[in-house]
Design a protein. Structure first.
Length: 95
């Protein structure tokens, strides 16, 4: 999948990929947007991490049957950590 690579950061109502430019601007209600404009910007900024989390779980699901030497606990821990990070960012609970 092709999208703007790099860390996406929320900057007010804008989402920027540092060194690459503006990804999106969430308009306020006064400019035709919605009241949830800040939450929308947070969600957009978390899109790359959410994609990576979903991809990690999809890759895990595709590992059927698991090799007998696979460390399933480590794989699940990695998937869970990626998911937690994405959710925290989407909910605006990380810098």
């Amino acid at each position: 999948m092709e999208y703007t690579k790099g860390v996406w950061k929320q900057d007010g109502l804008s989402v920027k990929a540092w060194g690459r430019g503006v990804i999106s601007i969430s308009p306020t209600p006064e400019k035709g947007g919605v009241f949830e404009c800040v939450a929308n910007a947070q969600l957009i900024a978390a899109a790359p991490e959410m994609y990576e989390a979903l991809k990690a779980w999809d890759d895990l699901r595709a590992m059927e049957p698991l090799d007998s030497g696979s460390d399933i606990e480590a794989i699940l821990t990695d998937c869970s950590e990626i998911t937690d990070k994405a959710l925290l960012k989407a909910e605006g609970r990380t810098p």
